[in-house]
Design a protein around this ligand. Structure first.
Ligand SMILES: Cc1ncc(COP(=O)(O)O)c(C=O)c1O
Length: 302
């Protein structure tokens, strides 16, 4: 690819991430094979889909000679943390526009971002809702000078392209690949990277996430000029909604951790894994199915 702005990162990036068989008799009894695509191990500070989404944005920012990355997020945003780390390792200044008011002392997420050199600025919630409007962006430009703009969550066409690289890294002949859905960016990319005959299934971590199907199709259209029909979304595994957890989900995470030694992120990944077991149990995944689950991140810092 020529110049890569992450030269300082190269030795610590674990890409391609490893693929491992999930050895579990509940799956074996149903004749379903599940492999874990361990994107959570890509980098300790820029893990999983954070790296996938940032990669081509970093290339673009460097190519356009930008010195500063500016992005948006809530006070606990993993994307804010990852952007701060990416800037630190790749030689960009970083500005984090944080939704709402400043609370001191900073929580561990924001304290980490500052430690990685990020300058924080707080935006009231009303303006934050309009953060993509040209007048709000122009105001940020006046305040901070030129910057490369990363949308909230890093979700744009270049992020989709980064996620589209996941399937080609898997040298198993699989039928279905699963990923969690928050904005649908990961699913849009993963589905676009599949071979003929393979399907992608996204698991919405949002209650009422039916709008995601439109968003995924739109992200694919914006990125590739057309949408694919090789994906679908499961809406029944949100456990009450975004960042909601239940005793049942907690028990599932503990039951999974004990034999497999992997702590699942409860906001996204655990809901997908629960869904994979449920679809295996109810026969949606037929005997003989070969399923890959993308572990899109480690448990968050909170
Ligand atoms: C660990 C993890 N998995 C999945 C997602 C959701 O991904 P997407 O917004 O691309 O649907 C996120 C949010 O970015 C995340 O942090």
């Amino acid at each position: 690819m020529g110049f890569a702005p992450w030269d300082r990162l190269a030795s610590s990036l674990r890409v391609p991430s490893r693929v491992e068989l999930l050895d579990d008799e509940r799956l074996r009894d149903k004749g379903v094979s599940v492999w874990l695509k361990r994107d959570d191990l890509i980098h300790s500070e820029i893990p999983g889909n954070k790296w996938r989404k940032l990669k081509y944005n970093l290339v673009e920012a460097a190519r356009d000679n930008h010195r500063t990355l500016l992005t948006f997020g809530g006070a606990y945003s993993n994307h804010i943390r990852a952007t701060a780390a990416a800037g630190y390792y790749c030689g960009f200044s970083t500005i984090g526009i944080i939704r709402g008011e400043e609370h001191l002392p900073l929580n561990p997420s924001l304290a980490y971002a500052v430690q990685r050199g990020m300058r924080l600025s707080y935006m009231d919630r009303e303006t934050y809702r309009r953060k993509s409007d040209p007048d709000v962006i122009a105001g940020l430009d006046r305040e901070f000078g030129p910057f490369y703009l990363l949308p909230e969550g890093g979700s744009n066409e270049l992020a989709v392209r980064g996620c589209a690289e996941i399937p080609a890294e898997i040298d198993i002949d699989f039928d279905v690949i699963c990923c969690p859905c928050g904005t649908g960016t990961t699913l849009a990319g993963v589905a676009a990277g599949l071979k003929a005959g393979q399907q992608a299934v996204g698991f919405s971590s949002l209650k009422g996430g039916e709008f995601l199907a439109r968003d995924v199709a739109e992200l694919q259209r914006r990125t590739f000029g057309g949408s694919s029909d090789n994906w679908r979304i499961e809406y029944g595994f949100h456990f009450g909604g975004f960042a909601r957890e239940t005793a049942e989900l907690d028990a599932f995470i503990a039951d999974f951790h004990a034999p497999h030694g992997l702590a699942l992120d409860w906001v996204y990944v655990a809901k997908m894994m629960y869904g994979i077991y449920a679809l295996t149990e109810n026969g949606t995944f037929k005997p003989g199915s070969r399923v890959v689950a993308v572990i899109t991140g480690p448990p968050g810092p909170e």
